[in-house]
Design a protein around this ligand. Structure first.
Ligand code: ADP
Ligand code: MG
Length: 348
């Protein structure tokens, strides 16, 4: 979905021309970047800190559909989802590396739009794009992003650090990105069948949650200000249920979540109802929210209490008690990590 009208074939620029064009748009801002694009490898100064490295791949037709995702948004999201993983380690992202597989149906203008989104995310989060690779692809667009961050060794927060009785806290609200995807897919299906223009009115919030997610750098900063150090942390890419279980399993514990504590935005709630989906299931298993999920000691509760960005959704229990969900009537069930692929409609 390219917004530009002019079309320059990739072959007109060639690989080196394309890389030069990308490089010319990059302004380095990280003191830890010694050398960016332009040699056989980038050079990074760890400045005495531990480095945190993570990578994610996005495949057309698997992770995104160019039928409804603008390339600029896709570029932005591709960077942000990696930065989210770095923040989830309580580290600061500094550099990203981008590998692209481009099919020749992509004009140079489309690559420009993709990079516009990527470079906007880099600017917003203060990271440098320091290198990458460019190949031709026969099976659609492939985007691989690697992010590099840094932290003092004692500040790094692992999934494995939770203790029995600690509180499980989530930032923001849940299920919105999943409901945004449902709206986009419905409108795409209507368009394919009838040619009707998409009706996206009233869904701004959940569409933004799906198309332009942000990494919660602000929450990492907030926790520092509040003098709260999470004991374990993870970002929510697959859904609260599965991430809570990741923390519990890595920490050798169980976990209990409370249905009536889940933070759900009113628009998410209403859209779920309109789609005949259970809002709780969307919050538990809807993917791509990119919120942070972490544990804190009971002693730290007073510091976060009442903060509108933070919600206590449960607590850690011993391993033998397993993974539990308490419903609104107080009944207890086993918590299932469905992830968002295995998601079932109530009526289906
Ligand atoms: P080599 O052939 O040695 O692997 P390349 O020609 O692939 O080198 O890359 C040359 C330079 O351009 C390197 O600094 C590399 O990191 C950078 N680069 C290549 N592709 C991209 C891309 N898609 N985005 C950003 N930088 C890139
Ligand atoms: Mg190369």
């Amino acid at each position: 979905m390219s917004e530009n009208t002019s079309r320059t074939e990739l072959s007109a620029l060639g690989e080196f021309g394309l890389i030069e064009r990308l490089a010319s748009r990059i302004q380095l801002q990280q003191p830890s970047t010694v050398k960016g694009i332009g040699d056989d490898a980038a050079v990074i100064d760890p400045q005495g800190l531990h480095q945190v490295v993570t990578t994610d791949m996005l495949l057309e037709g698997v992770h995104f559909d160019l039928g409804y995702v603008p390339l600029k948004h896709l570029g932005y999201k591709a960077i942000v989802v990696n930065l989210s993983d770095v923040y989830a380690m309580n580290a600061t992202p500094r550099q990203v590396i981008v590998a692209l597989g481009l099919s020749n149906r992509f004009p140079v203008e489309a690559v420009d739009e993709l990079y516009e989104g990527m470079l906007l995310a880099c600017r917003n989060y203060g990271v440098d794009l320091v290198g990458g690779d460019t190949c031709s692809s026969r099976s659609g667009l492939v985007i691989g992003v690697t992010a590099i961050g840094a932290a003092k060794s004692e500040d790094i927060v692992y999934r494995s650090g939770a203790k029995d009785n600690e509180l499980l806290v989530v930032s923001g609200d849940l299920g919105g990105a999943y409901m945004g995807l449902q709206v986009l897919e419905r409108e795409k299906a209507v368009f394919t069948e009838t040619g009707a223009q998409p009706d996206l009115a009233g869904h701004d919030y959940i569409l933004e949650r799906q198309l332009k997610p942000e990494a919660r750098r602000d929450i990492i900063e907030l926790l520092r200000q509040l003098d709260v150090r999470p004991t374990a942390m993870i970002d929510i890419s697959d859904g609260l249920a599965s991430e809570a279980i990741h923390i519990a399993r890595s920490s050798g514990l169980g976990v209990r979540l409370y249905d009536d504590k889940l933070p759900i935005d009113p628009t998410t709630y209403q859209t779920a109802r309109d789609f005949n989906l259970d809002p709780t299931t969307c919050a538990l298993n809807g993917g791509e929210d990119y919120e942070l999920l972490f544990t804190i000691t009971q002693a730290d509760y007073a510091k976060i209490k009442g903060n509108p960005s933070l919600t206590v959704v449960g607590h850690m229990i011993d391993a033998n008690s397993g993974y539990r969900l308490v419903d609104k009537q107080g009944g207890e069930h086993e918590l299932m990590a469905q992830g968002w692929d295995a998601f079932l409609r109530k009526d289906g």
